[in-house]
Design a protein around this ligand. Structure first.
Ligand code: DGL
Length: 238
């Protein structure tokens, strides 16, 4: 299979890692638009336009499917257009949770994702919080980690049975989040790979493009993908 993934930056690399772990023998192409990051604070129209541009780039790779490995772009999914099968990351997460044992569900995500109400489920109590400081901290080390974590997580203590990491960047803080909130964390990347059934039918090849490739990004990709082999290049879209 030929699979494309896209995100505003590093977050979707977590999702790519889950795909490669479960379905190693495939062709993968990834686009991270970190030049325009963060998407989570932008207006809907801008997110949709950037997302459609990212899709156009990925379409040139003759793919079987494109995974929208970003909560923010997935929250605008009905406005995205593609000639290739497009799969968003929020729907499988909600499908999984609707059938789960969890009744009081916490969600942290970007401002735009929370405002879209894309994570609400009619048979569950959902408590939401826009964790706007998380992405700048993860990508650029901005802010004090402990303050950011407590400011965004304390309201969930004793109120939820699980917490959706509603932005694909957040699994990079899983261990820290667990120390404050001792509940199950829902990683959308893990949920989406389990919801799909993909054949492993070719040689493994992974091509990763970022719209701004600096040393920090290179090191972060390397840290997440560890022993996996990949090609990494800069690609600015018009
Ligand atoms: N990783 C993205 C998400 O899942 C977006 C982060 C951002 O650019 O604000 O929402």
């Amino acid at each position: 299979m030929r699979i494309g993934l896209m995100d505003s930056g590093l977050g979707g690399i977590n999702v790519l890692k889950e795909f490669v772990k479960k379905y190693p023998n495939n062709y993968y192409v990834y686009f991270g638009d970190n030049k325009n990051l963060p998407y989570g604070d932008k207006k809907e129209e801008e997110i949709v336009s950037l997302a459609n541009n990212n899709i156009k780039f990925l379409e040139s790779f003759n793919l079987d499917m494109i995974i929208v490995a970003c909560g923010t772009m997935s929250s605008q999914f009905d406005k995205l257009s593609s000639n290739i099968k497009l799969i968003n990351i929020i729907t499988p997460t909600k499908e999984y949770l609707k059938k789960s044992k969890y009744n009081r569900i916490g969600v942290i995500a970007t401002k735009r994702s929370i405002e879209s109400n894309a994570f609400l489920m009619n048979n569950k109590l959902v408590i939401q919080k826009a964790a706007i400081e998380f992405v700048p901290y993860i990508e650029k080390n901005i802010g004090d980690k402990e303050t950011i974590l407590h400011d965004n997580l304390d309201l969930f203590i004793d109120r939820v049975d699980c917490l959706i990491l509603g932005c694909t960047h957040y699994p990079l803080l899983s261990e820290d989040i667990k120390e404050i909130l001792n509940v199950d964390l829902i990683d959308m990347g893990k949920v989406i790979v389990d919801s799909l059934n993909i054949t492993n039918d070719s040689k493994q090849e992974i091509n990763i493009y970022f719209s701004k490739l600096d040393e920090n990004t290179k090191n972060n990709v390397n840290k997440i993908l560890k022993d996996i082999n990949y090609n990494l290049e800069q690609k600015e879209l018009n």
